[in-house]
Write a protein that binds this ligand. Structure first.
Ligand SMILES: Cc1ncc(COP(=O)(O)O)c(C=O)c1O
Length: 383
């Protein structure tokens, strides 16, 4: 058997190559935590928060247990609850709208832009009107910087400001990206991110953080993170959560942050090669002027009428994995289909859910492997 003729499977996201690159620095960082045994609120947590603030320019960073907690804590801190409406894009991971429902408020889903996959400011405007017509009080908007690319924060911020809404940016997939020269984290009232292992900056478990320039909000978030603790540890002053980032994860993230800039550059090089190799055969992602992407995903749109399952199967047969983010937009999912959508409907979200597919993307994707992926994609589309 000519086994060597079958090329090895390609990883969708290559956590192992990064682990090998970081090697002993991670082992040493984890060992230091094992030595001092401050597993909760150890010195690495404070250090990471300072490093993240320096990286993105936010005044305050509150680390926490996940990206979902990061979103939830901001809504809790701002007292969002029953009768309130929070505007969210529907083409996103479920956590964006889930946290709104968790605090008892109503997510109102709005459409996205076909080129960037991010929130469409006109649909946002319509969604706010829809919420008011339904007797809800619109209080906040959660734009998502999807697949690594910054949303159009000026357009969204202008609508929000005119209508008296605050902006909570869901940058779970996009920490490290910029909007008009500013890193996400300093663009909205509050920005939430996730350190889930598959994210551009991921830890070795669950983790998240909130970024803000608002001192009072940061203080409230620090209290919510520990059961609503006040200055007296046993006099809780509000309802809170157990939502701390543990010290071990902070230690890992400190090391990963050191190579993050370099990894972002490598992700952009991979994205450029995909665009050159595939741009004339499928709709490749476009980065809007003034925005950058950290390429959490490389998501293409297949031509109309193309059999997506057949396309994925053809790639899989050649050892190339794909993923569909998201086969159903939130308003199409069982748990969310009774929540309101912006007047005019969400046709772009629905089109995207029907025709997107994501290709392997990570900073360690070498040129020969990527050439193999590009060739397989072209071959699958030409058959
Ligand atoms: C857009 C978006 N928001 C929120 C989250 C939630 O983050 P976590 O999994 O850390 O709770 C994710 C995670 O995939 C996400 O992609």
């Amino acid at each position: 058997m000519n086994q060597h003729l079958t090329p090895p499977p390609v990883p969708f996201i290559d956590v192992i190559s990064q682990r090998n690159r970081l090697g002993k620095s991670i082992d040493d960082a984890v060992s230091r935590v094992l030595d001092h045994c401050q597993f909760i609120n150890g010195p690495e947590v404070t250090r990471l928060e300072a490093d993240l603030a320096a990286f993105c320019g936010a005044k305050y960073v509150v680390s926490c247990a996940s990206g979902t907690d990061a979103l939830l804590m901001v809504l809790m801190a701002r007292g969002v609850g029953p009768g309130d409406a929070v505007l969210c894009p529907s083409f996103t991971f479920c956590a964006t709208g889930e946290v709104v429902a968790l605090v008892g408020a109503t997510p109102v889903f709005v459409d996205v832009d076909a080129a960037t996959f991010n929130m469409d400011a006109e649909s946002l405007q319509r969604g706010i009107a829809t919420a008011r017509r339904l007797g809800l009080k619109p209080v906040a908007v959660i734009p998502v910087d999807l697949f690594g690319q910054s949303a159009d924060h000026d357009a969204i911020g202008a609508v929000a400001a005119a209508q008296g809404l605050f902006v909570l940016d869901d940058a779970a997939q996009s920490f490290g990206a910029t909007y008009k020269g500013r890193r996400l984290g300093g663009v909205a009232l509050a920005t939430a991110t996730s350190f889930f292992p598959a994210k551009p900056l991921g830890c070795y478990g669950d983790g998240g953080a909130i970024f803000t320039d608002d001192a009072e909000l940061a203080e409230t978030l620090r209290s919510i993170r520990v059961h609503g603790q006040g200055t007296d540890k046993y006099d809780n002053v509000r309802i809170g959560l157990t939502a701390r980032l543990d010290t071990m994860q902070a230690a890992v993230l400190i090391e990963k942050l050191r190579i993050f800039e370099d990894e972002i550059a490598a992700r952009n090089a991979v994205a450029d090669r995909y665009a050159r190799g595939l741009g004339n055969i499928v709709a490749v992602p476009r980065v809007a002027p003034g925005c950058t992407s950290v390429w959490a995903q490389y998501t293409i749109r297949l031509p109309k009428g193309c059999d997506r399952d057949g396309f994925a199967a053809a790639l899989k047969a050649q050892g190339i994995p794909t993923a569909i983010y998201y086969p159903k937009s939130m308003h199409q999912q069982t748990a969310y289909r009774d929540f309101p959508v912006a007047d005019g409907g969400l046709p772009i979200c629905e089109d995207l859910s029907a025709d997107v597919i994501s290709l392997p993307m990570h900073p360690y994707l070498d040129e020969p492997t990527q050439a193999r992926i590009i060739e397989a994609v072209r071959g699958a589309l030409q058959t």
